[in-house]
Design a protein around this ligand. Structure first.
Ligand code: PHE
Length: 436
């Protein structure tokens, strides 16, 4: 059995790490920049919170929705490898455009970043899948490693870009995010020699001179049905999980006791906690599932995803605990929040890298990138729903919303556990392991 991973994985790991550094760095300061008053030191745009959050919501949704055209470009025109490069260039130009202090530059920069992420993010993920043959048991762990790279970028960016942006000037922060992307491009260009066999354009068969796509077989249709169910799972997962940046963030600021050894930890630092947990527990969770698989116990992707939703949902039960304590008039203990993030991340690690890998196993090759694009668009939709759910808390109360999320995730996860065997038959053995 091969245990070492292809060298190309390292190249994709660092390229995506820098792209996420740029993305999460920019995200960390976007709302702060928009809402900062226009006069005084390090001036911002002077927007109201509502207006800034609305733009933020659209931005986070659009970056992932643009993965659909990004996927189509890769499938129909350029292949994933070139599309990723173009995406990186667009992001870097976009971030560097934001260095300029003007409204036109601001919107142009955002539009470039949105298009760039749409070209890069889904296609680099498909390329990770392309490094492995069908049935290669290293694929899932390859995605876990890749996912750790994502989170190294996500954990360090808010700290570095956030600090530079807030203390030295927003536009320097945007510039730093741009430099991160440039470093990613350098790694990618250097590593091309390890990516010779992946991400190349495969033209559709020509029939009567036109580019007609071959009709799908019954197996492919069944698999696409399972993919659609996975998209639903993903929407629900991220709609709950993405409370972290919104409702959980505000709740931490107002209701959680953040004083440790006499020092009050700034709220924004907690945003790095989930990413740090991913880095710490990424291989532990993957190892746990691999161990189960070796023992011949159930460890299919659908099963992991169902368990992932339930475990993540349980994280919200911890927040209900915090809300019950806060209702007594004291600030809630920090441990509730930390346990909540821990459970959310364990759930994330059972679902998110697994889902990425699953898509690359199920999608017919000719639609590989577009399917990944739709998967990311589903994430974008989940992000948007998360915002709406978070808003509910202002009317319904945080306790109700946290408990509601827990109950919903538990019920949905259990439903999946009831049906996953049926769904598994529809994958027609896409996951059957062939030891190589
Ligand atoms: N942390 C993940 C990332 O940035 C969140 C995510 C998962 C985003 C899946 C999109 C799709 O990659």
């Amino acid at each position: 059995m091969k245990t070492r991973h292809p060298k190309g994985l390292i190249v994709l790991f660092f390229t995506e790490m820098w792209e996420r550094f740029s993305f999460y760095g920019m995200r960390a300061i976007l709302v702060l920049y928009l809402t900062k008053e226009t006069l005084g030191a390090n001036p911002g745009m002077g927007w109201t919170d509502t207006r800034a959050l609305a733009l933020y919501g659209w931005y986070t949704m659009l970056v992932y929705v643009m993965a659909i055209p990004g996927g189509i470009i890769a499938d129909r025109l350029l292949g994933q490898k070139k599309t990723v490069f173009i995406g990186g260039v667009l992001i870097a130009i976009g971030q560097l455009t934001l260095v300029m202090d003007s409204t036109v530059a601001f919107y142009t920069g955002l539009a470039l970043i949105i298009s760039g992420v749409g070209c890069l993010k889904p296609n680099i993920s498909t390329m990770v899948g392309g490094l492995y043959e069908i049935g290669d048991p290293r694929r899932d762990s390859g995605f876990t490693i890749f996912y750790i790279g994502i989170n190294v970028g996500a954990a360090s960016a808010p700290l570095l870009v956030g600090y530079i942006g807030e203390v030295h000037g927003w536009h320097y922060g945007f510039g730093l995010a741009g430099i991160g992307m440039l470093l990613g491009l350098i790694v990618y260009a250097w590593g091309q020699k390890y990516l010779k066999t992946v991400g190349n354009y495969k033209p559709a068969k020509k029939i009567h001179g036109t580019n007609k796509h071959v009709p799908l077989t019954k197996i492919e249709k069944d698999r696409i049905f399972v993919l659609l169910v996975s998209f639903l799972i993903v929407i629900i997962f991220w709609a709950a999980y993405e409370q972290a940046g919104g409702l959980m963030n505000l709740y931490t600021k107002e209701k959680i006791n953040r004083i440790v050894f006499g020092w009050e930890i700034p709220t924004s630092l907690f945003q790095a906690v989930p990413a740090i947990f991913v880095i710490i527990f990424g291989t532990v969770v993957a190892g746990y599932w691999a161990g189960r698989q070796r023992k011949g116990k159930e460890a299919s992707s659908l099963f992991k995803m169902a368990v992932g939703i339930i475990v993540m949902g349980t994280g919200f039960l911890m927040m209900s605990g915090a809300a019950l304590q806060a209702a007594t008039g004291v600030k809630a203990m920090l441990i509730w929040l930390i346990l909540s993030y821990l459970l959310q991340v364990i759930g994330e690690l059972s679902l998110s890298p697994v889902a990425l890998s699953f898509i690359t196993k199920l999608a017919p090759v000719k639609y590989a990138s577009i399917m990944m694009g739709i998967y990311f668009a589903a994430t974008g939709l989940g992000n948007k729903v998360a915002g709406l759910v978070g808003e509910l808390a202002t009317h319904a109360g945080a306790l109700q919303v946290f408990t509601g999320i827990f109950i919903f995730c538990l019920a949905f996860g259990l439903l999946l556990l009831v049906f996953f065997k049926k769904l598994k038959t529809l994958t027609h053995g896409a996951e059957d392991i062939q030891e190589i």
